[in-house]
Write a protein that binds this ligand. Structure first.
Ligand SMILES: *Cc1c(COP(=O)(O)O)cnc(C)c1O
Ligand SMILES: [Zn+2]
Length: 425
């Protein structure tokens, strides 16, 4: 990793050698990887990146890992889809969906975990661990399997079945905690102190965070080497929002693009929206809440990177918006029905948040907008299973015709029913 300088405290600027450490020993501020950008600028060009692999590792110069040692299960360089149909509905001429639901374990978490698993091997850890809101654990389990490491994943017991099974299949040790994510996180911080385990989002957090920057680079490259005017990003801890911005800024720091005036917007579900509440109140710090939301992957009540997300919002002129709980599924259906992309609840939050941003006049129709879809709909299937009823028929024409007629009659009578009380809008 020729371009890494050191680790640096975000609060007081103290510098540390590269080691599995996440907080400053002087002020307890979070540590971040610091790079020599002049050196990166000398070794990368648009052409050198374009010649790289069709994965996140085409940006290895910006990551704190030797590319030969990368634990790579094929993550990244996911499609940036021009969303013509959804754009037309919302009145946006240049809307794109960054579809990160197609990664190997079906969420963007493969990006940070790929970096962290590589680093954990380098530090000679034998156990890769995490505390998860659902998607992280599948990714940790998969990368650990690939790297030949033991994995331990901790999560709130109430998570979706798909996410629990999606980690178990890789042979991971599953620990279901009777409590919230925030309680599980506090417990795991103690475990990280007492055990030599590589907790990807605790003691390894500075490395974890770097992987998310690649979602910024990819959008810039896929737009033809230009920064978007707007990004709409889902937020739990707030880390992803901040790191996409760091990635876009680094593209300007090394001269790959001239400037970036991206407004970094953030979306949370109403039932877990501490960052949105702080933004509305004009605060610099986040007041913890107790989450109650169907978007479980975003259910963090005490977001570790909340203050940095608030900084990013202020610095870029972005806005934080909440999607009402009933709008989450509407957002999922809207994206599926207009663009053929099936996202999980976090993506429903983003699409509903995007709609709110347009309604509030924060995004103009001629501006380039990237909405980040970070997880796959098959992992939260229970929220859309209501009302699924296939036409049932024996395999012959007569039965099929009768069944179709019955269905038409049903739809017609449903159409004349008054809308359900307490229904949407
Ligand atoms: C974890 C997660 C997020 C939020 O990430 P943070 O960096 O904690 O804000 C967004 N979307 C999905 C699908 C996730 O799993
Ligand atoms: Zn410090």
């Amino acid at each position: 990793m020729p371009h890494v300088r050191c680790m640096r405290c975000r609060e007081c600027g103290s510098e540390y050698p590269i080691e599995p450490l996440n907080v400053c020993e002087l002020c307890f501020g979070p540590l971040e990887i610091s790079y020599d950008y002049a050196s990166i600028a000398r070794s990368v060009s648009r052409q050198s990146i374009e010649k790289g692999p069709a994965s996140m590792w085409r940006y290895h110069d910006f990551l704190p890992v030797d590319v030969e040692a990368a634990v790579d299960i094929g993550t990244g360089f996911t499609p940036l889809v021009p969303a013509k149909n959804l754009g037309r509905m919302l009145g946006l001429d240049h809307l794109y969906i960054k579809n990160d639901a197609v990664n190997p374990t079906y969420s963007f978490k493969d990006r940070p975990v790929s970096v962290t698993a590589s680093k954990a091997l380098e530090f000679e850890f034998e156990v890769l661990a995490c505390v998860s809101t659902g998607n992280l654990m599948g990714s940790v389990a998969a990368h650990g399997a690939r790297a030949g490491m033991e994995t331990m994943v901790f999560f709130p017991a109430t998570l979706e079945k798909e996410k629990i099974i999606g980690a178990a299949v890789y042979g991971s040790t599953l620990v279901a905690i009777d409590g919230t994510y925030d309680q599980a996180n506090r417990f795991c911080s103690e475990l990280a102190d007492d055990n030599r385990w590589a907790f990807v989002n605790i003691n390894m957090r500075p490395f974890y965070a770097e992987g998310s920057k690649t979602l910024g680079y990819e959008a810039v490259e896929q737009l033809g080497w230009r920064a978007p005017d707007h990004c709409v990003v889902p937020a739990a801890s707030g880390e992803l929002h901040t790191k996409i911005w760091k990635g876009i800024q680094e593209m300007t720091d090394v001269g790959l693009i001239d400037d970036a005036r991206t407004r970094m917007h953030l979306a949370q579900p109403e039932g877990s929206s501490p960052i949105v509440e702080a933004f509305r109140a004009g605060l610099k710090h986040v007041k913890p809440v107790k989450p109650d939301t169907i978007a479980k992957s975003l259910a963090i009540g005490n977001p570790a990177s909340g203050p940095f997300a608030l900084e990013t919002l202020a610095e870029t002129g972005g806005a934080a918006v909440a999607a009402l709980e009933e709008e989450v599924v509407e957002g999922i259906r809207l994206l599926a029905e207009t663009e053929g992309i099936f996202t999980e609840t976090a993506g429903g939050v983003v699409i509903s948040g995007l709609r709110r941003l347009v309604e509030e006049g924060r995004i103009r129709n001629d501006e380039v907008t990237v909405a980040y879809v970070t997880g796959n709909g098959f992992k939260t299937i229970e929220v859309v299973e209501n009302g699924v009823s296939p036409v049932r028929t024996a395999p012959n024409h007569e039965a099929f015709q009768t069944a179709m007629e019955a269905r038409t009659a049903r739809t017609r009578s449903a159409a004349v029913q008054p809308s359900t009380p307490g229904g949407k809008k």
